[in-house]
Design a protein around this ligand. Structure first.
Ligand SMILES: C[S@@+](CC[C@H](N)C(=O)[O-])C[C@H]1O[C@@H](n2cnc3c(N)ncnc32)[C@H](O)[C@@H]1O
Length: 273
């Protein structure tokens, strides 16, 4: 399905306003393929008809479907691997020491997509830190997309998905096979609370976080939105907490309250003291 210039502009303003995702010129092909698919499923003959319904707001939930269709949900287990090694070798050991009196750890995975990232963090904890079984762990995984959150909650992954980044040992230990799918075991699933959070809006109340994973999502936003989000993190991150961003993301030139700490293979961001 093709998209006219005015329909493209309408869709990109809607998506910017609702999710802060920036669709640059030249992304018409993305709108044609993804919104074309939404139009088809929702019974519209053309993207133009779908946009007319959007303009009239006559179709319940259509806006959310359009926004969800334009999010990029690419993810995998232990994506980029090094941040998870840093988590295991440096970050959690330091927090074990710093929180040994409270015996409490708060973790937020802020763009969890279909769940591979929060479940990878949960596996790092279960595999390496049995002592944390006795601690209170408050682990929130969030995303703007309800569809993605439902996938997270289901803990269901295809063979292709578990083939990406997961060792055979972890697969058999933490997943159960049912037909062609793999389900994460309940003890891992129960560690995590899933919540819809739109990062482009004022953030809801969250407890002070020891660890924040906000990886591969800032790249979709403009500079002002990145600044606004990082600014909100200042009051959410514990003074000695750790912020993980994606490999192509940084706080540099966006917020001077953070500084990068480098570990063996990867870095993370901490509040300047
Ligand atoms: C590329 S995925 C990253 C997943 C995971 N963090 C990783 O690195 O593998 C980006 C995710 O950000 C979510 N997202 C996009 N805009 C968002 C927003 N405004 N608020 C919260 N999540 C958003 C998308 O739904 C998508 O699941």
């Amino acid at each position: 399905m093709s998209v006219s210039k005015s329909d493209f502009n309408y869709i990109r303003e809607l998506v910017l306003e609702r999710s802060a995702i920036v669709l640059d010129d030249g992304k018409e092909y993305l709108v044609e393929s993804r919104i074309g698919q939404v139009a088809e499923t929702e019974g519209f003959g053309t993207i133009d008809q779908l946009v007319k319904a959007l303009r009239k707001n006559s179709h319940n939930g259509l806006q959310s479907k359009v926004i969800e269709a334009l999010t990029t949900n690419e993810t995998s287990f232990f994506r980029d691997i090094h941040p998870f090694e840093t988590l295991k070798d440096a970050v959690i050991p330091e927090l074990l020491e710093n929180r040994k009196n409270e015996r409490r750890l708060n973790i937020w995975c802020a763009a969890s997509s279909s769940g591979q990232e929060p479940y990878s963090i949960a596996m790092v904890i279960r595999e390496n830190f049995p002592v944390l079984l006795d601690w209170k762990i408050d682990f929130v995984a969030s995303d703007i997309s309800e569809t993605m959150l439902n996938r997270c909650r289901s803990g269901k992954f295809s063979q292709l998905e578990v083939n990406r980044g997961l060792s055979a040992a972890l697969l058999v230990k933490y997943f159960e096979k049912e037909g062609a799918s793999w389900f994460i075991k309940r003890n891992l699933q129960e560690m995590i609370h899933f919540q819809q959070i739109n990062l482009s809006r004022e953030l809801p109340y969250l407890p002070k976080m020891d660890i924040i994973f906000m990886r591969n999502v800032l790249i979709y936003f403009d500079i002002e939105t990145k600044k606004r989000i990082l600014n909100q993190l200042i009051s959410i991150l514990q003074p000695d907490g750790f912020l993980f961003l994606g490999a192509a993301e940084s706080t540099i030139n966006l917020d001077s309250s953070f500084e990068r700490t480098d570990y063996k293979h990867s870095g993370c961001y901490r509040l300047k003291r």
